[in-house]
Design a protein around this ligand. Structure first.
Ligand code: FAD
Length: 571
């Protein structure tokens, strides 16, 4: 059997990147700087898919223009305290030190952040941190994407648009390439690569209500798991406090933290600024996990609005400030809800927003699988149990950069490992097996069921019983539904239901990792809230929960967090 007989196309490249958000694009640019052949694949459209283009509020950089007491050490402290001390402090150290240099690099690429009148940068304070977020109106994400894509095109880096990487290939335990489905043509591509960087973003789509775009189905985490990489702290899923609660068909859409940064109040149905009971000092600008839990409690205890949320009210802020800082957000909300936030309160409720847990990596972005690197939201451990607003973009920029350099160095020293036609044939059988199945279960049916089960049982507040229910459904879906999931035969071009079927298997893997980790951690910490273990327990649970596939089984264990720079006061 020859490779060309089982793949419709074969592509050879030094570094292959899955994902074209800011992390993937920057990794590509840096690997190209090192004179290595690079190819970037994106499941969605370049410039338009992934979460980066949707990001609004900017990024955290400790340059002290917004707050003269700020510096990288303070940024480190805020990030670790915010993450409830289970961050990988080696990664936080790199994040906070290198952010400043990366900011300068971004400005050189044409991403020029807003200035104060004296020329220094304008910086906002997000929840739980100093005034450190640099901004570009409320549309920072599209500016990053325009500038980075321009740079990728200028360099003539090979791009594969609407190509979904479906699985990684290994030879003797090291990366040898990957298989991709060209969604446009319905054809299979075999990539021979010395190194692969996973930058497929978050996995918010495993939950019913999410701010994440449709592409964020956790593909990278599932693929890394299948080739034996370690994942950490998968129970740590961030629910952003302010997703839309009204109208129901838009539930989950993000209302940026910038609304609270300019002074919005959160009110219950009695008109109380209820955050005074949960964090009287920081009020609405408390940490995201605290605010999300507070909203959830208000609604559970009957103080919510008729749409099952609370009010977010910014109508007391002068209209010109709202227009200047939140003009795009104002118009977006008007379009989605028919309500003008400058004039009336809107209904909000937490929404699944960000995965702190992900693929475990060293500060050079390498994983336990030789030749496999990660960048961006894919990477676990940076933010511990809770991420601060603006710190994700910082992660993309710092670790996207590093991943590109590390993968290029690796590729320069490595030679291509052989990939067998049999490996690719097996993947072809799996991917094409979803097409033309008889008595099929349509992927949208099981996908919606999985999202609902995860939202109801492994969401903002969890218990052993609720998680057992979720695990039962996941196990049933894996053994009974998955073999039947498929779509009728027909055209292979742009078959998005076929893509959904492939994604569903990844979503199942990620949902299982989240559920098993959440059951394992018998305490409440940051975003992980258990009704049956309501207290944080630094004596027993100052640990990472690590997951790896061993002999086809999901194995979990704990490893102590290395407190190399900062310890909790009671330890
Ligand atoms: C609405 C919204 C607003 C936000 N605002 C902020 C903010 O203001 N500040 C902040 O710090 N953070 C913010 N975040 C979080 C931040 O935007 C994300 O964490 C970050 O952009 C993730 O970037 P990434 O490069 O890792 O992945 P993404 O930008 O999500 O890109 C993922 C890429 O992977 C591709 N992909 C997925 N699966 C595959 C596959 N199998 N094969 C090939 N390609 C694949 C996608 O098509 C896409 O190109 C926000 C998030 C959202 C959703």
């Amino acid at each position: 059997m020859k490779l060309y007989e089982v793949a419709d196309d074969v592509v050879e490249t030094g570094v292959l990147i899955a994902g074209a958000g800011a992390a993937g694009l920057l990794a590509g640019i840096k690997a190209d700087d090192m004179n290595v052949d690079v190819a970037i694949c994106s499941k969605g459209l370049f410039r338009k898919s992934g979460a980066t283009v949707m990001s609004t509020g900017g990024m955290e950089v400790a340059i002290g223009h917004g707050d003269p007491t700020d510096n990288p050490d303070v940024h480190f402290r805020d990030t670790v305290v915010g993450g409830e001390y289970i961050n990988d402090q080696r990664l936080v150290d790199v994040l906070t030190r290198e952010a400043v240099e990366r900011l300068v690099d971004l400005e050189r690429m044409g991403i020029v952040f807003e200035r104060q009148e004296d020329g220094r940068l304008f910086q906002f304070a997000p929840g739980g941190a100093h005034a450190r977020v640099v901004i570009l109106g409320d549309l920072a994400g599209s500016h990053y994407m325009v500038a980075l894509n321009r740079e990728v095109m200028r360099r003539n880096i090979r791009v594969f648009e609407e190509v979904m990487i479906t699985n990684l290939l290994t030879t003797n335990g090291a990366i040898s390439g990957a298989v991709g489905l060209d969604i446009k043509k319905g054809e299979l591509i075999a990539f021979k690569a010395k190194a692969v960087i996973l930058a497929t973003g978050g996995a918010g789509q495993i939950y019913r209500y999410t701010s994440n775009p449709v592409q964020n189905t956790g593909d990278g985490r599932a693929m890394a798991y299948r080739v034996g990489a370690e994942l950490i702290d998968m129970e740590m899923v961030q629910f952003h406090p302010t997703g839309l609660a009204y109208p129901p068909e838009r539930r989950g859409t993000l209302v940026t933290e910038a609304v609270r940064m300019i002074g919005a109040y959160l009110l219950n149905n009695k008109g109380e600024r209820f955050m005074s009971r949960y964090d009287p000092e920081r009020m609405e600008l408390s940490k995201r996990d605290v605010v999300a839990r507070a909203i959830c409690t208000e609604v559970r205890e009957g103080r919510g609005t008729e749409w099952g949320g609370v009010y977010l009210d910014v109508s007391h802020v002068p209209e010109d400030v709202i227009e200047r800082r939140l003009g795009v957000t104002r118009r977006k909300i008007l379009f989605l809800t028919g309500m003008d936030l400058a004039k009336e309160p809107i209904h909000v409720y937490p929404t699944c927003h960000y995965f702190m847990g992900g693929v475990r990596a060293d500060p050079d972005c390498s994983t336990k699988v030789p030749g496999l690197f990660v960048a961006g939201e894919e990477m676990g451990g940076v933010h511990g149990a809770n991420r601060l607003g603006g710190n994700s973009i910082t992660t993309l920029i710092v670790f996207g950069w590093r991943a590109g350099i590390s993968a290029a160095k690796y590729a320069k020293e490595a030679s291509f490992r052989p990939i067998s036609a049999e490996q690719v044939a097996k993947e072809r059988e799996r991917v094409f097996g979803f097409l033309g199945r008889k008595d099929y279960i349509h992927p949208s049916k099981v996908r919606t069921e999985l999202q609902t089960v995860m939202w109801d049982n492994v969401g903002i507040i969890r218990t052993e019983d609720s998680m057992r229910t979720a695990l039962g459904v996941i196990e049933r879906m894996r053994s009974y539904d998955l073999p039947k999931v498929g779509v009728p035969d027909g055209s292979r071009r742009y078959r998005m239901d076929w893509v959904e079927a492939i994604e569903f298997e990844n979503m199942l893997d990620v949902a299982e990792m989240v559920t098993r980790s959440a059951m394992y951690r018998k305490e409440s910490r940051g975003a992980h809230t258990r009704d049956d273990y309501p207290k944080k327990d630094n004596k027993n649970w100052l640990v990472h929960i690590v997951i790896r596939r061993v002999d086809g089984q999901m194995k979990l264990w704990t490893e102590p967090v290395e407190l190399i720079k900062l310890k909790p006061p009671d330890v």
